[in-house]
Design a protein around this ligand. Structure first.
Ligand code: HEM
Length: 116
């Protein structure tokens, strides 16, 4: 079971890196480009791996702070909600959107690391 936990943490950390990467990809896109759907897919990866880690905690002997994970989930739902809205609308991504999305990702990294 420890291998499963480590695999999920591995994917979870890769997802974090990919979300930051999406910001760089979006910056290189033309000004009138819509939001890259990658934001949405990677946000889903973060949600699935994070929830799986939490749900498997009894089996993996891990102990997590429920309040911390709840707040991380809320932040991620804002990221996913914004991404879904703009990917579906297919309008040019507003200038404020990519920095806001990556800012929320950084907030979640901060919560993950500093909230012990
Ligand atoms: C943008 C969204 C997210 C980012 C950037 C993120 C980032 C991180 C990072 C950097 C860690 C490693 C922290 C450390 O080892 O000290 C971590 C661990 C973890 N995250 Fe997330 N996270 C996100 C969303 C979520 C969500 C929605 C959940 C689920 C409720 C979640 C559950 C967990 C759990 C359970 C761990 C601990 C894994 C372990 O060491 O066993 N995360 N996250």
């Amino acid at each position: 079971m420890e291998f499963v936990r480590l695999l999920l943490v591995f994917l979870h950390l890769l997802g974090m890196a990919l979300l930051v990467g999406m910001f760089l990809v979006q910056r290189r896109a033309p000004a009138d480009a819509p939001l890259n759907p990658g934001w949405l897919h990677i946000a889903a990866l973060q949600l699935i791996t994070g929830l799986a880690l939490q749900l498997l905690a009894p089996a993996t002997d891990a102990e997590y702070n429920g309040m911390k994970l709840g707040i991380k989930t809320l932040v991620l739902l804002v990221i996913g909600g914004l991404a879904l809205t703009y990917v579906i609308r297919r309008v040019p991504a507003p200038k404020w959107l990519p920095p806001s999305l990556v800012g929320l990702v950084v907030v979640n990294v901060g919560i993950a690391v500093f909230w012990t």
